[in-house]
Design a protein around this ligand. Structure first.
Ligand code: ATP
Ligand code: MG
Ligand code: MG
Length: 549
């Protein structure tokens, strides 16, 4: 078996475990419940849960819910569902909001140690006081407040005696620090807002930097893994833990996942949902886990993708085609091969008796170990075939149907075209063939060799279905780095709906659906809006490989 080299986080953990610095590995996945999880989160999930699967210990799910205005229980539920669907189990389900009392006590401790003060400066004044990276900041006039004064004012902030924005609690650190985040950051603000879990119990809320590290510490998280934007926050993370003398969690950063032809921030995805530019968070074009699931992606394919892209220390942009490669490989193993005609024209077999039918047998999946079993396929005089499989004046090397040409009908017979009909607008409406009775698949004694095989569905037996073909959501590689609003770069052709496709009757009889390969057309799954009366299929991905490993 292939020996995989360790990524830098695994290396670090192996060192910490072997030196005894870490006894039990504890990681967490800390989503903010302000939207649905996306493929970038999947990477962080695979990393955090994957590490404790590999090295023992456990992973907590902690909702980072310190921002009451944007957070909702709907998001908490969808995030849990998505992590479970990926196949991971958390040890504890926790909420940063459960620590509000403790975090408040930490703030009081800092005030008592002379390390925090209540500041009545406005946001503009605070920004002004911070200075610039090359010049030190200036102290606020409120920086010299006494401990007693600060305790009283912080209590009145908490008691709801002051309106939003009246003042903030700031850490007293270093106004000359080259790290701007260390120049007396705000740690608490007044916000009279209803919180999805704590209701109206609080009107002051901790800032991210004051909540995150201390929450990690409360949970004895040993390795707090986050994305590169937080590198500059690490100094502050360590400072709070040190001043409070609490469990020393450590923060490590890796490069976030960026994918071509999409955007990946919950805030932007929310705009697409709210403005009706997609049908919802689970629109199959969305990079959300729920969208990918509805599109027909499997957990295995997403995990394989996360494995292949690896853990980097530098920002990069990953090709969407790599994700498509992963699902194609996975579905190739598990998808049932069936026939569906998406753009039908009639094929009439003039030497096959009308009113007669026979039942052919099709292998469900030659790629599967057990071949996926077989199914029955009705065959009769009139079939549906793809319009693109017939050419009135064939191009060179055309191995499909044309006047005089011979092809095999998959799982059935060899047919030869001798005529065709056109409608009033010049469009071909019917192709006429004769079939060769001795050429039946599996028992062919005709001795005829044909180069092309096409798919078909018996017209008298076919069921209709709606088929949705998807393309990339944006028409540019990196919508985030284009000028103007990212929504200007949406791909207008990202969905094409075919309302009258013909499918094998077999599909309509199934109570439970699996992934399918529509032969020659791609991989498909049944959409959640599908019903037995109206089957709806989503194309997960086409058959062709645009990307090779
Ligand atoms: P977004 O705005 O895209 O939702 P976020 O970082 O604000 O990103 P959180 O809910 O706070 O979203 O993220 C939870 C965890 O997932 C964090 O540890 C974060 O670093 C990680 N994460 C978010 N986006 C990505 C990404 N694109 N690649 C890797 N990890 C990510
Ligand atoms: Mg965040
Ligand atoms: Mg965000």
């Amino acid at each position: 078996s292939e020996e995989k080299s360790l990524n830098f986080i695994e290396e670090l953990i192996e060192n910490d475990l072997s030196s005894g610095k870490t006894k039990t590995l504890v990681t967490r996945f800390p989503p903010e419940p302000n939207g649905y999880l996306h493929i970038g989160h999947a990477k962080a999930i695979c990393l955090n849960f994957g590490l404790t699967q590999k090295y023992g210990g456990y992973t907590n799910l902690r909702f980072d819910d310190t921002n009451p205005v944007t957070e909702k229980t709907e998001y908490v539920n969808s995030q849990q569902e998505d992590i479970h669907w990926l196949g991971f189990e958390w040890k504890n389900e926790l909420y940063a909001s459960d620590y509000f009392d403790q975090l408040h006590a930490f703030a009081v401790t800092l005030i008592e140690k002379g390390l925090a003060y209540v500041d009545h400066s406005t946001a503009e004044e605070i920004a002004e006081q911070k200075g610039t990276p090359t010049e030190p900041g200036k102290p606020s006039v409120y920086r010299a407040r006494t401990i007693t004064e600060n305790l009283t004012l912080f209590a009145s902030m908490k008691a709801g005696e002051l309106p939003d924005g009246a003042c903030t609690l700031r850490a007293k650190i270093d106004l000359a620090s080259p790290n701007m985040l260390m120049r007396d950051p705000i740690i608490y603000r007044i916000k009279h807002a209803h919180h999805h879990r704590t209701g109206d119990a609080w009107c002051i809320y901790p800032m991210y930097d004051f909540a995150h590290g201390q929450s990690d510490s409360i949970e004895n998280i040993t390795h707090s893994i986050c994305t590169l934007e937080y590198v500059s926050h690490r100094e502050l993370y360590d400072w709070f833990i040190e001043q409070l003398g609490i469990f020393p969690s450590k923060q490590y950063e890796f490069a976030r996942l960026n994918l071509t032809y999409t955007v990946m921030s919950k805030r932007k995805l929310l705009q697409l949902v709210n403005e009706g530019l997609v049908s919802g968070w689970d629109d199959p074009r969305m990079p959300t886990i729920s969208g990918l699931r509805r599109r027909g992606y499997t957990p295995e394919s997403i995990k394989e993708f996360c494995e292949r892209i690896g853990i980097a220390k530098r920002e990069n942009l990953i090709e969407l085609s790599l994700l498509e490669f992963c699902i194609r490989e996975d579905l190739n193993k598990r998808a049932t091969r069936v026939m569906a005609v998406l753009d039908p024209i009639k094929l009439v077999i003039t030497n096959y008796p009308g009113g007669q039918a026979e039942t052919l047998i099709g292998e469900n999946n030659p790629e599967a170990e057990d071949k996926g079993g077989t199914r029955e396929i009705p065959f009769s005089r009139e079939l549906w075939i793809e319009r693109e499989d017939f050419m009135e004046e064939p191009a060179k090397k055309w191995f499909r149907l044309a006047p005089g040409a011979t092809v095999r009908l998959k799982h059935a017979y060899i047919v030869q075209c001798h005529d065709f009909k056109k409608g009033p607008d010049g469009e071909v409406t019917e192709v006429h063939c004769t079939y060769i009775p001795e050429s039946k698949s599996g028992e062919d004694t005709s001795g005829i060799n044909v180069k092309g095989t096409i798919h078909w569905v018996s017209a008298a037996h076919a069921k209709t279905a709606e088929v949705r073909l998807y393309d990339r959501l944006f028409s540019v590689e990196s919508p985030d780095s284009e000028e103007g609003d990212f929504k200007e770069y949406l791909n207008p052709l990202s969905i094409q709906t075919i309302s009258n496709a013909y499918i094998e009757p077999y599909l309509a009889t199934l109570a439970e659906h699996q992934p399918y390969q529509f032969i020659r057309k791609g991989y498909f799954c049944v959409d959640k809006d599908s019903s037995p009366d109206k089957l709806i299929f989503n194309r997960t991905v086409g058959l062709k490989e645009a990307w090779k490993p």
